[in-house]
Design a protein around this ligand. Sequence first.
Ligand code: NAP
Length: 219
Amino acid sequence: VTPIAVLGGTGPEGLGLAMRLSAAGEAVVLGSRALDRAREAAAKVRTVVPGGRIEAAENFDALRQCDRVVMAVPFEGLDPFLDASRLAGKLVVDVVVSLGFVGSICHVRPVPGAASVGELIKARAPEALVVSAFKNIAAGRLLTAPAPIEGDCLMCTDDAGARDEVTGWVRRIPNLRPIDAGPLAIARYLEGLTALQINLNRRHRTETAVTILGLPPPV
Ligand SMILES: NC(=O)c1ccc[n+]([C@@H]2O[C@H](COP(=O)([O-])OP(=O)(O)OC[C@H]3O[C@@H](n4cnc5c(N)ncnc54)[C@H](OP(=O)(O)O)[C@@H]3O)[C@@H](O)[C@H]2O)c1
């Protein structure tokens, strides 16, 4: 298997995921628009995960090298990556949320042409195996690696194999529980939940996590 590319890996969310995936034993290629920034961020991952297999690359080089890709760029920067031929056959883990503020309130901003970012990626790259996940895990919690993470990782996808793969990633992050939230059409609700969490975080000056009660134990 090829390493996991983390596009936008210099931002807090991508950097935190790169740390968590590296700590989970995955080889990671950390991507940025600028190679020197990617190298700096990869060095940070190495300090948290000594001996971790982490390399740095420009985003599109990282994408070329890897069959598994984490999209961790802001929504505004996503479009150039939505290229059907570049993403065909790849596992695409989408953590992107389109957010904006109206006054002091955080809202999901409509995604042109789709009901969610997850569905937009799938519409633009129908042969990609898209999983929307980690949208409800705040960067600050990822960045405490290798400390355990409280809460659940909700994910949704139309592809069972891709779900199993990402479930495996989550199981290797200490304490984090993977939750199969259903098909990709659920991504809009995961994105709405992110907006709710940001409003809670601002109101209560904290970084919230999500736990779903009442689910049967995993089989
Ligand atoms: N932060 C959180 O707690 C959190 C939680 C859940 C989901 N998310 C989602 O995860 C994604 C990343 O979040 P973040 O907070 O890490 O974001 P960020 O810091 O704003 O951006 C991540 C990285 O993307 C690159 N970037 C910025 N603008 C870009 C553009 N126009 N085109 C291409 N690349 C660009 C930058 O890297 P270079 O300059 O090195 O290229 C930046 O370091 C977002 O979509 C966000 O909605 C974040």
